[in-house]
Unconditional design. Structure first.
Length: 435
C-alpha cells in the first residue's frame, strides 16, 4: 500500500458532473470542496449543461470549465487534468456514465480524464430506482468496484417526479465526507483506495446520549458525533460493512452505512447488545466512539419539574435535588461478555483532562487497563475538541502501552485507528464486571 494524501486542503480535485436533475446538488459539493481548501476543476458532461451551465461552475470553482476534448488542445487538456488530479469525484454519476466508465470509453472530456487518472475515484450515483436496480447497472457497479473505484450507495427517498426509492444522490455533505475519506485512505500500488477491510463488519456508536429529566429537559454532553461518523466513512471507503448507532447526531448518514438513531444510554446499550455475539455473530468490530452518560435520572418526572414560587421576598426558595443512578458501562460490559466466549474486536475512546497530580495520558493508561478494550483511543480534551474538524489521539492497548499516535482532521485520525485495528481480539486478562 502507498501513503495517502494529507487531506483535501491543497488537493487538486476534479469534479465530474453527469446529466441528471441532481446536478444542482453538485454546486454545493463544489462549494464544500473549495471551502475545505481544495483546488477544484469542474468537468461537466454535455448533457449536464442542460441542467446547470458553465457560469455556475466557473463562479464556484474560480476556474474555467472544460466541456470538450477540443478545448486547450495545445495543452493536451483531456490528459493533463486526469493526470494532475489527486482525487476525482463524479456527482451525479448517471447510469449512462457508469456504463461508459465500465467500458473504458473516452468519448468526452470527463470519460477521457477518468481513463487517464490514477487518483482515487469516487462516484456518487443518481438515477431512477429501475435504472439502479437493472442487472446492467448492478454489473457495471460491481466491475467498477472491483477495479478500485469507490461507488457510493445512492440514498433512498424522493426522486424526480412522484417516484421514491433508492437512486437519490447522497447529500453533498455526505459526498464531501466520502471524498475526504477516499483521499486520506491507504492506497494500492495503482493509486486506488485499498479495500483492506472488505468482509469486516463494524458496529460504530457515535454522538452523545441524552438522559431525560422530564418531558422538556435532559442531561447531555457536547459530542457532535463527527469522529464516529468519520470512522464510518473511512471504514466504508476501505470496503467494510458499517452499522452506525447514532446518539443525537445532526450529520448526514455516510452512504452505504446502516444507521440506527438512539437517544439515551439505555437505548444505546440495548442497541449494542442486540447486535453483539450470539445475537449478530457477524459483527466483528465494536467501536465505542459515543460519549455515553455515566448517570441518568433515578426517576424521570412525568410532568415538567416546576420551580417553587411559594417563597416570599427574601425567603429561601426550595431547589429540587436530582437523584441520579449509574448507567451500564457498555464498553466494559461488552468486554466482559466477550470473555465468556468469542466476540468482536473492541475499541474504546477516552477523552481525558489532566489535573495537578496526573497528566491526561496517565488517566488514559489507567482507563485502558480498567476497560480491557483491544484498542483505546485517547485524546486530551483539556483544550477542548468537541465539534471541531481536527483531533489528536494516542492509541493504547489493553495494558496501557502506546501503539501509535495520530493527528489531523478526524478522517485522518479515523484511518489511523483502522490501521491499528487488530484482526482478532487480543487475549488479555478478563475484566471483571459487576452490574
Ligand atoms: N462508555 C460506555 N458506557 C458508559 C460510559 C462510557 O460504553 N456508560 C465508553 C465510551 O463510549 C468510551 C469509553 O467508555 O468508549 C470511555 O468513556 P469515558 O466517558 O471517557 O469513561 P468513563 O468510563 O465514563 O470514565 P470517567 O468518566 O470516570 O473518566
Amino acid at each position: 500500500m502507498t501513503a495517502p494524501a494529507a487531506g483535501l486542503s491543497g488537493a487538486r480535485v476534479l469534479v465530474g458532473v453527469g446529466g441528471g436533475i441532481a446536478a444542482y446538488k453538485a454546486a454545493h459539493l463544489v462549494r464544500g470542496l473549495v471551502g475545505a481548501g481544495a483546488e477544484v476543476r469542474v468537468v461537466p458532461t454535455a448533457s449536464s449543461l442542460e441542467f446547470i451551465g458553465t457560469a455556475t461552475w466557473e463562479a464556484l470553482s474560480h476556474h474555467p470549465v472544460l466541456t470538450s476534448v477540443f478545448q486547450d488542445v495545445d495543452e493536451v487538456a483531456h490528459v493533463r487534468h486526469g493526470q494532475q488530479a489527486d482525487l476525482v469525484v463524479v456527482a451525479p454519476a448517471t447510469a449512462d456514465l457508469l456504463a461508459r466508465l465500465r467500458q473504458g470509453r473516452a468519448d468526452d472530456m470527463l470519460t477521457a480524464s477518468l481513463l487517464v487518472t490514477r487518483a482515487p475515484v469516487v462516484l456518487a450515483p443518481a438515477m431512477h430506482t429501475e435504472m439502479w436496480e437493472h442487472p446492467a447497472t448492478t454489473e457495471n457497479v460491481a466491475v467498477l468496484r472491483e477495479r478500485g473505484v469507490t461507488v457510493l450507495e445512492p440514498a433512498v427517498g424522493r426522486l424526480t417526479g412522484p417516484d421514491s426509492g433508492p437512486g437519490r444522490l447522497p447529500e453533498p455533505e455526505a459526498i464531501l465526507e466520502a471524498a475526504r475519506a477516499a483521499i486520506t485512505a491507504p492506497r494500492t500500488a495503482d493509486g486506488a483506495v485499498a479495500r483492506d477491510l472488505e468482509g469486516r463488519h463494524l458496529l460504530i456508536t457515535a454522538g452523545g446520549t441524552r438522559e431525560e429529566l422530564d418531558p422538556v429537559r435532559y442531561l447531555g454532553n457536547h459530542s457532535s458525533g463527527r469522529q464516529g461518523f468519520a470512522l464510518a466513512h473511512a471504514a466504508l471507503a476501505r470496503g467494510a460493512r458499517v452499522t452506525l448507532l447514532a446518539a443525537n447526531v445532526d450529520l448526514e448518514t455516510p452512504p452505504g452505512a446502516e444507521r440506527v438513531d438512539v437517544g439515551s444510554a439505555a437505548e444505546l446499550a440495548a442497541a449494542v447488545e442486540e447486535r453483539l455475539p450470539g445475537a449478530d455473530p457477524d459483527t466483528d468490530v465494536l467501536v465505542m466512539a459515543a460519549a455515553v452518560a455515566d448517570f441518568t435520572a433515578a426517576e424521570r418526572a412525568g410532568a415538567k419539574i416546576k420551580k417553587d414560587e411559594s417563597a416570599g421576598e427574601g425567603e429561601r426558595e426550595e431547589v429540587p435535588t436530582l437523584a441520579l443512578r449509574r448507567t451500564r458501562d457498555i464498553l466494559r460490559h461488552s468486554v466482559s461478555q466477550r470473555a465468556q466466549g468469542g466476540g468482536p474486536v473492541i475499541v474504546g475512546f477516552a477523552a481525558e483532562t489532566g489535573d495537578a497530580d496526573t497528566p491526561a495520558l496517565e488517566h488514559a493508561r489507567a482507563k485502558a487497563r480498567r476497560k480491557g478494550a483491544d484498542l483505546l483511543v485517547f485524546n486530551d480534551v483539556s483544550a477542548g475538541v468537541f465539534g471541531g474538524a481536527e483531533n489528536a489521539v494516542h492509541l493504547l492497548d489493553a495494558t496501557g502501552a502506546e501503539l501509535a499516535a495520530a493527528a489531523g482532521d478526524k478522517t485522518q485520525v479515523a484511518h489511523a485507528i483502522l490501521d491499528a485495528l487488530p484482526s482478532r481480539p487480543v487475549p488479555s486478562a478478563p475484566v471483571p464486571w459487576t452490574p
